[in-house]
Design a protein around this ligand. Sequence first.
Ligand SMILES: [Zn+2]
Length: 302
Amino acid sequence: MSPDSTTNQRNAGVPPAGVGVPRPHGISLGDFELSIFSDGIYPLDGGAFFGVVPKLMWSKKAVADERNFVAAGLNCLLIRTGKQNILVETGVGNKLSEKMIKIYGQPAKLLDNLGAGGVAPDDIDIVINTHLHFDHCGWNTVRRAGRVTATFPKAKYYVQEGEVRHGREQHIRDAVSYISDNYDPLVKSGQMELLRGDHEIVPGVSVRVFPGHTFHMQAVIVTSVGKTACYISDLIPTVAHIDLTWVMAFDLSPIETINSRQRYYAQAIPERWLTVFTHGADVPWACIEKDLAGKLVARPVV
Ligand SMILES: [Zn+2]
């Protein structure tokens, strides 16, 4: 998604009519290629998005529409290592219930955007879900002739075992966020591998658990020729959330989010990692730094 094509979308809260398929962002990281492919833009309540932060403060960084919705991106990351094509996250997908479509819409642009970038579902070797909320794993599967099957038939899928366990628990706090068709058929068929903690997926691509948003959310760390990027997922959902205490109301454990962010920054800032944001509608990635006063700032990367 290009910055110029999305600025207006953010300001309007929802995408204006006539906006075409966004162009993917692309960047080299050592020998790897990283590209953002969006599943579209969807509305999130600004109060929920920024938690205890007063609107007086967050409205300087995100524009709300008349219903108090702000536009959230659905950035999926394609990592081309030269040996594998690895897709991190699969957006909202196209299996939402009518009730959820009324709330969130159903942008469902990921396959179109991948196709426009020359990437077919068969080209994906690995899918990594950071967690199993419906807006992160929706295109894991599709419904065809009444059957739910893998969207990426040749891919091995990875997620933390604890996420599947929590999703199946259907706790009253967050049951609505877990749609079992996004993962249970893959677990059953053996196509989805359940991880227990930090793990190297392939050389240069590993996952690290950062609890807070959920109890088992994992970030994806990509390293090639001394350069590192991290798909930080909902630990830091947008560039507007980089402050340690700007934590979403959705988070199950806000204190753990803050602790996880501190642990992340302790390595990512001195080592100059590129941070990739899932829900940035117009800024999909940036380098987070401390300015001379010690304040966290985001240096844009184009
Ligand atoms: Zn999310």
